[in-house]
Ligand binder design. Sequence first.
Ligand code: ATP
Ligand code: MG
Length: 737
Amino acid sequence: MDSLIPTGPAPDYLNRLNPEQRAAIETTDGPLLVLAGAGTGKTRVLTTRFAHILLSGRARPNQILAVTFTNKAAREMRERVSALLGEPAEGLWLGTFHALCARMLRRHAEYVGLTSSFTILDTDDQLRLLKQVLEPYRIDTKRWPPQAIMGVIQRWKDRGLVPDAITAAEDTDFANGRCAEIYTDYQQRLKQLNACDFGDLMLHMTEILRKHPDVLAQYHRFFRYILVDEYQDTNTIQYLWLRLLAHRDNQPSNICCVGDDDQSIYSWRGAEVENILRFERDFPGAKVVRLERNYRSTRQILGAASGLIAHNEERLGKTLHPGREDAEGEKVRVISVQDSDDEARMVGTEIERLRADGHPMAEIAILVRAGFQTRAFEERLITLGLPYRVVGGLRFYERAEIRDAIAYMRVVNQPSDDLAFERIINVPRRGVGTTGLQKMHMHARERQIPLTAAVLEMLGAGDIKGRAKEQLAALMRTLGATRDMLGREGHVVAIDHLLEDSGYIDMWKADKSPDAPGRLENLKELVRSLADYENLGGFLEHVALVMDTEDKSGADSMSIMTLHGAKGLEFDTVFLPGWEEGVFPSQRTLDEGGLKGLEEERRLAYVGITRARRLAMISHAANRRIYGNWQSAIPSRFVEELPAEHIETRGDTANSRRSFLGRPAVFGSTPFPLVASRRVHDVTPSTTATSGMKVGVRVFHQKFGYGTITSVEGNRLEVAFEKAGPKRVIDTFVEQV
Ligand code: ATP
Ligand code: MG
């Protein structure tokens, strides 16, 4: 083909690569797999290859198909390619699998019965639609919640299975073997609405390529080169789509995939690490290039990460050498702290110190295993006035479940808070429709009373009918009971009851969508954090102030994100908190995934450490309030597995319980009081809760002062307080003195 851009002498961009990387770029034709560890320049190879293909005149910008794992990565690659080209790169086929498929599907929508203006449904819409589809089936939705059925359909789509391809053997587990039928109807409804869900983008496009050789041939002519980043995390349908596009008749498949089996962390979303292992079989004549020099991290960080991942059995095994000879670096720090507040304080102090030394904030990241962990750090960073961003997610207090729970609290605190009441009146569903709500508003306006009072009056007068009548009466009773309980049992217990009794917690327990467990964890964390405030009013004021400090972060802010979200990124300094058994490795993954799950968690730890260029700080707390209870936490097995010569241990967790109790019980900063969700309390007995709580023991309670235990019943104590008189309290609320 004619050269688009004149080729000059040995281009400078190739000189910035090592020989292996250069080989990976100069073998432009034929299938190529770059299989290499973290930070070895895989993404750099892909980007440079992109530019090299263009600069050497092998293809025009729109003749290269490049797939990245996230939109952010796509943006970055576009910028890097533009920088190499010296001009903005336009019209590229560069994006995530979904983005690329959406673009293609708009051109061929009629083949699957859609028009080019089809809508892409979000998850809420998907579920609403599925519920409509489910109606005639009369399925026991308690047993087979729509979210779970949605999950089954999505997994089929991930595997490239259209409704007709579902065999009876596939369809036994759910809804009495009627899932395939439901799937068919659901797809039918989507078509009627001229809509697609996320999974359809890939599925439809793959079907079109499979069934219409003319379309496929068109893309074969079109795409001369295919580039794929993070290949280890492709799922079956993505793999099928790639294979169709890459196999051109009688021509080499110019497909280049880069990946690292040690960084496969999305098997829970259907990713198949095997795809990388069978590359050579799928693309005969494939070359495999291994890169062993890591240019990102210091020798110490690499040593720690490599030592850890060596504990995985299922891996290809790769060697990593430091690429920069000068980069010995500091050992990875492993810091033990007392509890999560201590951990947040420690991290905050370190960040202040780094900032004072001129460390750019944008080069610092806190990487957590689970969303709930961000709260303590966010609070601390706000207190210290350090700008931060929660990347790939919402800040703690912006999350829907947290806003709902706070709305409940606001109504308890201030019954005339109409806005808050409106937010929760039908969450969970209580049969209140738009017209019903309008009537309540009218009543409130006429009588010039708050909405809650209007509801009470209307209930009294029999003006609310049907399911709403009972449900709202129950809600009003719960709100009233909570207000009573505030004085008697304290705000933590009261709010815990409120969220349980209002059905709010149950709503998320019944929700089978993948983010529901994370939301429940966030709610537990919220209740836990209430203990840090004197009363409900104090807490709500704090939250209002926290919300107010949002979005003042300029460009130079540090990042908080999950380990999953950090894949492919790098920072000078990385904090890795919460390395405790149950948190990381996550208990849920261990329970559901067994040894495979554990290995995936270990890969996640490897991803975490290898994000750091200069310094990695791992921390673990001796005590953690899990499910609202203090439990003494065991350091993550990953801490043990880190090779001793690359780490430096700090802090002292020996006999943590004693030092923990030895701390002065200063109001507001002490780890007490604490609360347990009543139900969970039974299944997760706290190791510290009942110890020493016998009749006759003298105790201190934050609110009631000193007293002596007169009776013990499970975790409930009766205490004769010296000033406040006899009270029933939960054992975790008192401290033995
Ligand atoms: P990950 O597995 O985490 O995705 P990766 O293999 O994609 O990592 P890159 O992000 O491409 O690695 O590169 C890691 C860092 O090393 C980047 O800052 C990159 O610019 C730098 N780098 C890569 N190759 C070289 C080289 N030959 N010389 C100097 N620096 C390099
Ligand atoms: Mg990369």
